[in-house]
Design a protein around this ligand. Structure first.
Ligand SMILES: [Zn+2]
Length: 252
């Protein structure tokens, strides 16, 4: 044994067993100590706790005495060896656990910060915007008015009395597309149209008249859906004219 120290360096005082010394002990012990020093009465044997402390590298003051005893007592050597095996198993398990923890931790970090595909799907908090559709407009009802043989009053004259006609003109309270057959000889072009209550216009529109097969037909649309039922007047003014032709109508 040549454990020579450089001059001037103090030998280190420590209570735990240096690893090299332990290995040497074990190698030698396995051959000699374990068998060659029977001590059936366990004379001078240290407490089992100290043997375990030695195997588990725990510090205690009687390290040197215990190591020395191991070189002279096979039962203690065997006991120490059992503790050592337990310690090594424990250490191995500890290392595996540490590696597992590290791996799990690293995996978690990687998933958390780098792996895009592991992101949970985005939760849409707002419901999709539904553009409100305007309610469908009812198709205007087509009405034909034949004014060809109707009597009418002119301009601001006192309008004809209601009910004088046998079959008064009727306009339903709806959206209407009107086809008005004008008096014979009426010219084509743009006509102004009014629906009046007494002398007050409640609807002002215009329409275009065309001559087809000798009949002048004026076409326009009128919304009568909000009309109050009653007697009205339909006033029609030909193009370039200042005179209205006024017809009596009934809105039932
Ligand atoms: Zn012993």
């Amino acid at each position: 044994m040549s454990q020579s120290k450089p001059p001037g360096q103090k030998p280190r005082v420590q209570n735990s067993v240096p690893k090299k010394l332990e290995e040497q002990l074990l190698k030698a012990g396995s051959r000699v100590f374990l068998t060659q020093f029977p001590n059936p009465g366990r004379q001078g044997c240290p407490d089992g706790k100290l043997l375990k402390n030695l195997a588990w590298r725990r510090r205690f003051s009687e390290v040197r005495e215990v190591v020395e005893h191991l070189t002279q007592c096979s039962p203690c050597s065997q006991e120490h060896r059992r503790y050592l095996r337990g310690y090594r198993t424990f250490k191995t398990t500890q290392r595996i656990a540490a590696v597992l923890l590290l791996t799990l931790g690293a995996t978690w970090l990687w998933l958390r910060f780098f792996n895009v595909s592991e992101k949970p799907p985005e939760i849409i908090k707002k419901p999709p915007v539904v553009t409100p559709q305007p309610p469908p407009q009812p198709e205007p009802r087509e009405i034909a008015l034949d004014l060809r043989n109707r009597s009418y009053s002119r301009g601001e004259d006192v309008p004809p009395r209601n009910g004088t006609e046998k079959d008064s003109l009727r306009l339903p309270r709806e959206q209407l597309r009107l086809k008005v057959y004008l008096a014979l000889g009426s010219e084509a072009g743009k006509y102004d149209v009014q629906i009046r209550k007494r002398s007050d216009p409640v609807l002002k529109i215009s329409g275009k008249a065309q001559v087809k097969g000798g009949v002048t037909t004026l076409e326009f649309q009128a919304d009568l859906s909000s009309f109050v039922p009653g007697d009205y007047f339909l006033a029609v003014r030909p193009p370039e004219s200042t005179v209205w032709r006024i017809y009596s109508v009934v809105v039932p």
